[in-house]
Design a protein around this ligand. Structure first.
Ligand SMILES: [Zn+2]
Length: 277
């Protein structure tokens, strides 16, 4: 399997995969969806009772219009910057599953007094500025006069197999690489294929119809219905795979981790087979 990077942005990637089989590409797709670890808020402590604002000595009640469970759930879905070289799963940490340390947990505090809207950017990382959520404008709750929240939240490493909040990628999909060919002897030069194609695969160059951007084709077949001269097929050994990340990891880090996980899994499988002999 060979991978060529067609587009690589911070949170979005488009890859060309060749010399591959559908099942291998699907294994990569499933690994990207379910197996990449990331940090997400899992434990939340709510401080109840009167909370001082600090400004003018106002005292608000430690309560909000939403149930604590809903706030905890929303906090869990906020993408948390993850450094896979630093963090390990809590149950793999030396201290055991009941304790925590800086290698397995990011601690955040959140202290807001209404009236205001509480955003993801109000989470104060205790472990260091680099763990501040990259998107600061995700709304969590709106507080009215006299309401306040004072929260300590703990993010730990997990994978999407356990809960979707640990899912790094979204919109992961692949398609066969399109082979678009033109048979000029059957083409009536009606330009209908040019008009119906939603992906602008065809172009007119010096009055002659040409296949300009074959990799844009999504195999919809609209052109084939219009003209006998056009044929569109998928190459079963060549694929275009696309995905996005939620920002907790970059698209490149996600791909590297996915390939590392897959290689390890195949290695484990090979070892198990050889032990059976
Ligand atoms: Zn630890």
């Amino acid at each position: 399997m060979n991978i060529e990077i067609l587009e690589m942005e911070e949170t979005r990637a488009k890859l060309l995969i060749y010399n591959a089989e559908p099942q291998t590409v699907n294994a990569l797709r499933r690994t990207l969806i379910a197996d990449i670890p990331k940090m997400a808020i899992e434990y939340v402590d709510f401080h109840l009772g009167p909370i001082g604002s600090g400004e003018g000595g106002r005292v608000a009640d430690g309560a909000s219009p939403l149930f604590d469970e809903i706030i905890a759930h929303r906090l869990g879905l906020i993408p948390i910057p993850t450094d896979l070289d630093v963090f390990r799963f809590r149950n793999e940490c030396e201290h055991g599953p009941e304790e925590s340390c800086e290698l397995c947990t990011i601690t955040y505090t959140l202290h807001k007094v209404g009236p205001c809207t509480v955003y993801s950017g109000d989470l104060e990382p205790v472990n260091g500025e680099r763990y501040r959520p990259k998107d600061p404008l995700i709304p969590i709750v709106k507080l009215d006069e006299g309401q306040a929240i004072y929260i300590t939240a703990y993010a730990i490493l997990g994978t999407a197999k356990e809960h979707a909040k640990w899912q790094v990628t979204s919109g992961v999909g692949y398609q066969y690489y399109p082979i678009v060919s033109l048979d000029s002897s059957k083409c009536r030069n009606c330009d209908r294929c040019l008009e119906v194609c939603p992906k602008k695969v065809f172009e007119k160059v010096d009055g002659q119809l040409v296949v300009k951007n074959p990799e844009n084709c999504n195999l919809c077949g609209a052109c084939v219905k219009e003209c006998e001269g056009v044929s569109v097929e998928g190459d079963p050994t060549k694929f275009i795979l696309q995905y996005e990340t939620d920002g907790s990891l970059s698209a490149r880090e996600t791909l590297e981790k996915a390939l590392e996980i897959l290689a390890q899994r195949f290695e484990d499988f090979r070892e198990s087979i050889s032990e059976m002999k």
